[in-house]
Design a protein around this ligand. Structure first.
Ligand code: SF4
Length: 311
């Protein structure tokens, strides 16, 4: 037999449904659903701090390179691919040849596939208000973990605001269980800058007051053409099919290395140094700014042996 609430007369139920204050017919006590609802809506202090940082950024006069008020985690990741390339992009540098334009078109097409891949699992999520996300994230009375997609994060690192949007997190009562970063690439490779991106996301979460002590960091790379199947399989089977040919890597969070990486990256945004080019010639061969770039390692003259003759 289902258990009924003590004050469940028909009239009480109607009053409760309409959110009215009412004198319970059964318990003979005053009941106020509105007050109960307000009491349940206590904002977690972490959310209050997050909103405060956001307001501070909005009203701050401090601006970083290119007039930015905060630095995106994705830009930091790009710096570790090739900072010079990011610099060209931020300056809207015009492309100098048809070949460069073809490379740009190809890259845009790949970016489109990537964003389609990220959107492919949207049907499994419902939109909720930011406030609800935060209240639920720190609710202590829920056994089942929450999955959040595109979670917005924000913190300061040595006074510089950093903001990111995480692909997906699973959490319960303020404790992050898993962080996912998805990539959709034909090359099926995870690069160092992908790993740095996930590490910086973790750093920001920790600074926002989340417990990351038992957190797993997972990087998953899928072939772009099978993005739908991969995501659906992941959701329902909680595993990636073997035939899927996905590349999965689990990382260990390294706070010291992440802080060092952030210090280096933020020097550029604070205009303390100029952009550093990559030392990998392979990246330059597929770079749309190759003609614009005088610092590419491809353009450095090879050193010749300096044999000297006794005269
Ligand atoms: S040519 Fe090479 S060094 Fe220059 S921006 Fe492109 S990737 Fe970077």
């Amino acid at each position: 037999m289902p258990r009924l609430r003590k004050d469940s007369t028909t009239k009480d139920r109607k009053n409760r449904k309409k959110g009215r204050r009412y004198y319970s017919q059964k318990t003979k006590k005053l009941s106020c659903p509105t007050v109960k609802r307000q009491r349940a809506k206590v904002l977690p202090p972490q959310y209050i701090a997050f909103k405060e940082i956001r307001n501070q950024i909005a009203s701050a006069d401090t601006k970083y390179r290119f007039g930015q008020k905060f630095i995106k985690v994705s830009w930091i990741a790009n710096q570790f691919y090739c900072e010079k390339q990011l610099d060209f992009k931020m300056r809207d540098t015009p492309l100098l040849s048809q070949k460069a334009k073809d490379i740009a078109d190809e890259q845009d097409a790949k970016m489109k596939i990537g964003s389609e891949g990220h959107d492919a699992d949207s049907i499994f999520f419902q939109k909720v208000t930011e406030e609800k996300v935060w209240i639920d994230a720190f609710r202590a009375d829920r056994a089942e973990p929450y999955r959040l997609k595109e979670f917005f994060e924000l913190c300061y690192h040595n006074g510089v605001p950093i903001a990111g949007q995480i692909d997906e997190v699973e959490l319960r009562n303020g404790k992050i269980l898993t962080l996912w970063e998805f990539k959709f690439r034909g090359t099926m490779r995870l690069y160092d800058n992908d790993k740095i991106q996930a590490q910086v996301y973790t750093y920001v979460l920790q600074n926002m007051g989340f417990d990351i002590s038992e957190m797993k960091i997972r990087l998953e790379c899928f072939p772009p053409e099978k993005k739908q199947i991969a995501l659906i399989a992941r959701r329902f089977l909680h595993r990636i099919p073997i035939k899927m040919n996905a590349v999965v890597e689990e990382l260990r969070y390294d706070p010291e290395k992440t802080k060092q990486n952030l210090d280096w990256a933020l020097q550029y945004w604070k205009s303390e140094r100029e952009a550093v080019p990559t030392s990998h010639t392979g990246k330059c061969k597929s770079c749309k700014y190759l003609e614009n770039c005088n610092e590419s390692p491809l353009k450095k003259k090879p050193q010749t042996a300096q044999t000297k003759l006794l005269v």
